[in-house]
Design a protein around this ligand. Structure first.
Ligand SMILES: [Zn+2]
Length: 106
């Protein structure tokens, strides 16, 4: 069973919309985030595994932007690109960890 792409993701007090679109092939990008619109666009032609990495990547951009982590866009791209596959693998490979981290009991 393939999980559905969520339409919205909450980050702090902000809700981001995830949307599949056909991005310009010449740009060679899998996704992009539009800060002012709280919108993450995902290229509709990518495979599901790539799309999951792209969602993770773009959400890390959203966090970095909202939290104003980086002064230099190149630094943000480098760090986000390095962390996204590791974060996704950590979540995918450790469902017990995800349950523990996301539990609301005390
Ligand atoms: Zn990026």
């Amino acid at each position: 069973m393939t999980a559905r792409l969520p339409r919205r993701v909450k980050l702090g007090g902000q809700s981001w919309t995830l949307q599949r679109v056909h991005l310009d092939d010449e740009l060679g990008i899998f996704g992009r985030f539009k800060d002012r619109q709280s919108l993450i666009e995902l290229d509709a032609d990518q495979g599901i595994d790539q799309e999951r990495n792209t969602v993770t990547h773009e959400l890390l951009h959203a966090v970095a932007s909202t939290a104003r982590v980086f002064d230099e866009p190149d630094d943000e791209e480098r760090v986000v690109s390095a962390l996204a596959p590791w974060l996704l693998a950590m979540l995918r490979d450790n469902p017990a960890l995800v349950s523990y981290l996301t539990a609301r009991d005390s």
